[in-house]
Design a protein. Structure first.
Length: 335
């Protein structure tokens, strides 16, 4: 199947390298070798295998998948997705896969602080060099003034992190914004209401790329990889049932494992026991909701699996040194 969209407009006999699909689970074309893929995970959770290691992703989340990726889902639960396929040449004609792979634009990452640190800079990955740009006091190449290199940076999430798949979690507010842009792409691709539909599709895709590459979102990227599939499966279960009462006994029974085996596996992977990891997940979710959401502390307590708000506050303060209300006040003052 050719993943393109043909024009239906009178007198506009053309097609563009963009294709949109909504599916339960993941698209049958997710490993297409001719396109970049942007995936919005609307509901559910899944375990992704990467080079013998495992990553747990829970909705709402986003995925950026390049043309080389081997996307392997080990298990999934209630996943629904929206997938946008496009070639980088749709953003800029010069950006063929061959040109991107050739390294001709890589001088964008060539900044160094001074000659004495050049050797150290040369050993860094492209991701590390990209993050170095945020620190200032660097010698910049002239290319930083050129729009072609700025556009190249816009696409760099697909290839600039030395990985073929980038996963990032979202708050509901972030997901809603991305979903509106995604829905706008779908409308223009399917309805083509006027002769400017291609221009608008390009605008919406670029807007999605800006959201994905913004350094602001790096705090919420799901980087954690597990070598042990048991830890991945249990972690996925914990994410899915975070709002419910979960006991060690219920976990042991569900996965037919004994306490020592389970906790040894978690200690090897994340340096804490299974239930300590659950508590850490709940506190981190609460932190995100307190910073970006409008729910009351009582509502957040319930959503994070604590029926007793006072107990939730004690757990939260143990991890952060602040009560939930104090943490929210501090975070809001920074925004």
């Amino acid at each position: 199947m050719e993943l393109i969209t043909k024009s239906k407009r009178p007198g506009m006999n053309c097609s563009i390298d963009v294709f949109y699909e909504m599916t339960e689970g993941f698209s049958a074309h997710i490993n297409d070798r001719n396109n970049y893929k942007m995936v919005l995970v609307r509901t559910g959770s899944f375990v992704l295998e990467e080079n013998g290691e495992y990553r747990v992703i829970t909705a709402p989340a986003g995925l950026l998948i390049n043309e080389k990726a081997d996307f392997k889902v080990v298990s999934e639960n209630g996943v629904t997705t929206r997938t946008l396929y496009f070639k980088p040449t749709f953003i800029r004609e010069e950006f063929t896969f061959e040109a991107i792979d050739s390294g001709k634009y890589d001088k964008f990452y060539s900044v160094v602080k001074d000659d004495s640190k050049k050797a150290a800079a040369d050993t860094k990955t492209s991701t590390e060099k990209k993050m170095d740009l945020l620190e200032g006091d660097y010698k910049f190449e002239d290319c930083f003034r050129d729009t072609i290199y700025q556009d190249y940076l816009l696409l760099s999430e697909f290839f600039g992190r030395d990985r073929d798949i980038v996963c990032y979690s979202m708050t509901m507010q972030e997901y809603d914004t991305a979903n509106r842009l995604s829905a706008s792409v779908r409308y223009d691709l399917e309805e083509q209401p006027d002769n400017f539909w291609i221009l608008r599709v390009r605008y919406f895709i670029i807007s999605l790329l800006f959201a994905a590459t913004a350094d602001f979102y790096i705090n919420w990227r799901q980087y954690e990889l597990y070598k042990d599939p048991l830890v991945a499966d249990v972690s996925s279960y914990l994410w899915d049932h975070l709002h419910e009462e979960i006991t060690l006994e219920s976990v042991l029974k569900r996965f037919s494992v004994n306490k020592n085996t389970l906790n040894d596996a978690f200690n090897n992977e994340v340096s804490m026991s299974c239930m300590a990891y659950l508590e850490d997940l709940r506190v981190n979710r609460a932190k995100k909701m307190l910073q970006f959401g409008d729910e009351s502390v009582s509502e957040i307590s319930q959503i994070c699996g604590y029926d007793d708000t006072n107990y939730f506050s004690k757990v939260f303060k143990k991890h952060t040194g602040q009560t939930p209300s104090e943490y929210r006040k501090q975070m809001k003052s920074l925004c």
